[in-house]
Design a protein around this ligand. Structure first.
Ligand SMILES: Nc1nc2c(ncn2[C@@H]2O[C@H](COP(=O)(O)OP(=O)(O)OP(=O)(O)O)[C@@H](O)[C@H]2O)c(=O)[nH]1
Ligand SMILES: [Mg+2]
Length: 328
């Protein structure tokens, strides 16, 4: 099965079979959804997990007297990856999303402007990345839904406010809020350990309002957090850092873009398949169509000037920019 399931996932699957209580099942399923490799080959499994989770939650909510509740944070993923944008009130989350996506989330010069999470699409080169705008968390409070959304996301865009009095203490408090929900945020280049919990997520710290910073705030953030997090100065107002932010978020996702090509035709370079780094020809075949994965006879591969249509075996690991011709 080309889903590349990890031993950790298999372990959870086993645990699920012996779980008896709905609550316990729900927790295991949520953990499975958090750790399942996110690529085309597992999309159906992800959808199945989400359905099971939704059903269990619904059943739990049907207790007499309890109002039915579906978390607004459960947003279907789309594009090459899902990134949750989080931060304190008024830090500039929605402004940054507006600048990165061209969409129009509500923005206000007062706290708690954003009342509900909402998805937006950011384009980076030829891929689309989903950004989830969220209501603010606080230095002493984080919504369970937000923490859960981060657990099943591909990463976090953490917005810090350079115009605030003490963004370093703010950031420390925000990290602590996540930690208390078993979520650890780490730099975009650091490898993710397989063990959960804690749920480790790659995170870019956008030090926002760089056009109107308080003296030394940026430097302090870099000195205090630079060893474990990537801190990037951005400003939706001046435009500083926006292109770099898009680039970092793409890097954070750890995907490669692979193009499918029909024999005798040119590949469509506007429509890459985005696969997890380390994916193989088999994963690509699965992403194109499950029949390809089952009946693949051989594949040919083009890679800049290094490979020019050579035969590739099923286990060949793909690189960003590869062009693949699949033969059944
Ligand atoms: N000077 C300056 N102001 C900014 C910048 N980005 C955002 N702002 C202002 O900061 C205020 C808050 O912006 P929002 O984008 O609504 O902040 P938010 O984090 O989404 O706020 P909540 O939804 O309340 O959590 C608004 O008045 C924005 O105009 C920036 O780069 N520079
Ligand atoms: Mg907002």
């Amino acid at each position: 099965m080309p889903a590349n399931l990890t031993p950790q996932y298999m372990e959870l699957e086993k645990k699920l079979k012996t779980a008896r209580m709905a609550r316990e099942k729900l927790e295991i399923l949520e953990e499975m959804l958090a750790v399942i490799p996110k690529h085309k080959g597992t999309e159906k499994m992800q959808a199945m997990l989400k359905t099971k989770i939704a059903k269990l939650r619904e059943a739990g909510d049907k207790k007499p007297g309890a109002a039915r509740y579906v978390s607004p944070y459960l947003i279907d993923r789309s594009g090459a990856g899902q990134i949750v944008v989080a931060g304190l009130p008024n830090s500039g989350k929605s402004s940054l999303i507006k600048a990165l996506t061209g969409a129009n989330p509500e923005i206000g010069d007062y706290p708690f402007t954003t009342k509900l999470p909402a998805p937006y699409m950011m384009k980076f080169e030829n891929v689309r990345i989903q950004l989830i705008d969220t209501p603010p968390l606080m230095t002493d409070f984080i919504d369970t839904g937000l923490a859960e959304a981060v657990k099943v996301s591909d990463g976090v865009l953490l917005v810090a406010d350079l115009a605030s009095e003490d963004p370093a203490s703010d950031l420390e408090a925000v990290l602590l809020q996540f930690r208390e929900r078993k979520v650890e945020l780490q730099g975009i280049e650091q490898p993710l350990p397989e063990q959960v919990p804690p749920y480790r997520k790659r995170s870019l710290v956008a030090a926002c309002k760089s056009d109107a910073p308080r003296e030394e705030n940026l430097e302090t953030l870099r000195v205090l957090f630079g060893d474990r997090l990537d801190v990037l100065a951005v400003s939706p107002v001046s435009g500083q850092g926006l292109e770099e932010a898009r680039k970092c978020l793409f890097r954070l996702l750890r995907v490669v873009r692979v193009y499918s090509k029909a024999p005798g035709k040119k590949p469509d370079l506007d429509e890459p398949f985005t696969l997890r780094r380390g994916s193989t020809v088999t994963d690509m075949a699965q992403a194109v169509h499950k029949d390809f994965a089952q009946n693949l006879k051989y594949a040919r591969i083009w890679r800049t000037d290094k490979l020019q249509g050579q035969m590739a075996n099923r286990e060949q690991v793909l690189e960003d920019g590869d062009v693949i011709e699949l033969h059944m």
